[in-house]
Design a protein around this ligand. Structure first.
Ligand code: ACO
Length: 398
């Protein structure tokens, strides 16, 4: 039974919308998605053009400031980010306090939360200069934290950033370089990683971005808000799907059951069995990002001269699913996560780092939304209604 008075409490009408399937939480000028037609645009620019002709940092600027940067603006932005890559030495010790098998997503969110303790005098969401410096610090330091989470899991020494390198090359070196020899960046990997990061930069009001906005709506600082977003992204129904896809493919290969049998189990909805990397709340056609990722998968594997049976399995799974009524009726297509894991694996990242790479990609979007929300006079603290279905008033009668 529902207490009907709770339905008309404040606004006159309350709608119940589990999962916010039909509820907009905000107006936003950042990203446009047409899920029926597979269209994605950042600030009006089609994702295909940005992925092929832009860079992660240029797109970050576009998302955060609203327009493409001039050449000098981009140069200055890049230089500022290079200048802020160092982590406080005490924060580096934080990594060694965690268990050696700590999941890097937990390490990432904890370290980002901890960052706020080093910058307590510049956390105001209302001071534009403080917001600006926090933006730069986050963009510069998140990749370094991510690489240290990786190195920690390997038991290897942390490298200092080499700020003569570009954003992506620096990140690759921090992950795969060592103290003993110089690290040679493979330009094909660098380009492919940059493109994957662009594809992840924003996706309007997804679960992690909505989390960043909800936490930020309490006037919490940007580090706390983004740490919360990283935790939301960790879940396997969201960013965690890229790790889950690779696990699923490896299980299919190791069990020897074959792709067809696996798909049958998915269709029977066996407990815990979903086709990971398929389906999307918004896309009811092919995810435009997945098309671009699929192209990159071929390019990267060819350039490295490797083949991967998991990529073959993924292709076979896609073919079977796209021809099957279960998936056709429900409009289930590969999403951005379906092929990313295969590329990250070819680059040398362990599966536990996959969602961390997603987080680095999504960071500019989170920042852009947090800033958009804080500069919008219509912003109110996020506070959904509920329909109470518990017991009516009762008494202890003692
Ligand atoms: N495999 C099998 N069946 C699926 C899948 C899937 N991956 N996704 C949805 N379905 C089915 C559901 O069982 C449901 O069927 P029913 O109507 O018979 O009950 C129908 O399709 C609708 O699914 P919902 O779960 O209601 O769709 P929702 O919009 O709530 O969920 C989600 C979207 C979470 C992405 C879902 O498709 C899913 O779990 N996919 C797998 C995980 C994944 O790849 N997540 C990454 C998303 S993209 C991103 O975050 C970057």
């Amino acid at each position: 039974s529902i207490d009907m008075s709770s339905l008309t409490k404040q606004t006159g009408l309350t709608s119940l919308d589990p999962g916010f399937v039909n509820t907009a939480s905000t107006r936003s000028a950042i990203t446009y998605i047409d899920g029926e037609n597979g269209i994605l645009r950042y600030r009006g620019y089609p994702i295909e053009e940005l992925a092929k002709q832009s860079t992660y940092l240029e797109v970050a600027w576009l998302l955060i400031y609203g327009e493409l940067p001039s050449e000098s603006e981009l140069l200055e932005f890049d230089e500022k980010i290079r200048r802020h890559t160092l982590l406080h030495e005490d924060l580096k010790r934080f990594f060694t306090a965690l268990p050696h098998n700590a999941h890097p997503m937990s390490v990432l969110s904890s370290a980002v939360s901890a960052l706020s303790t080093y910058y307590e005098d510049s956390l105001s969401p209302h001071d534009p200069e403080q917001v600006e410096i926090s933006t730069i610090r986050l963009l510069a330091k998140l990749p370094v934290i991510a690489a240290y989470a990786h190195k920690k899991a390997l038991g290897q020494a942390f490298l200092y950033p080499d700020n003569s390198l570009s954003f992506v090359d620096n990140f690759l070196r921090l992950n795969f370089g060592n103290m003993a020899e110089p690290y040679e960046v493979n330009p094909v990997l660098s380009k492919a990683l940059d493109r994957l990061l662009i594809l992840h930069e924003d996706h309007e009001q997804n679960a992690s971005t909505s989390t960043v906005r909800l936490v930020g709506s309490t006037e919490a600082n940007i580090f706390s808000s983004i740490s919360a977003g990283i935790n939301a992204l960790y879940g396997p129904l969201h960013g965690g799907a890229n790790e889950a896809v690779l696990k699923m493919l490896a299980q299919i290969r190791d069990s020897g059951e074959g792709v067809g049998k696996f798909v049958e189990r998915v269709k029977k909805k066996e407990e815990g069995v979903r086709l990971m990397g398929f389906g999307h709340r918004v896309y009811k056609s092919y995810d435009p990002r997945a098309k671009l990722v699929k192209e990159s998968a071929d390019e990267v594997l060819d350039a490295l001269g490797v083949s991967d049976e998991l990529l073959d399995l993924a292709r076979e799974l896609e073919q079977i699913a796209l021809a099957d009524d279960y998936f056709i009726e429900r409009k289930l297509y590969p999403n951005v996560d379906f092929y990313t894991g295969v590329i990250y694996k070819a680059m040398g990242f362990p599966p536990r780092m996959f969602t961390v790479l997603f987080a680095i990609g999504r960071l500019p979007g989170w920042i852009a939304h947090w800033r958009e929300m804080n500069s919008d006079p219509a912003t109110k603290i996020g506070r959904p209604q509920q329909l109470y279905v518990g017991p009516p008033e009762r008494h202890l009668n003692r």
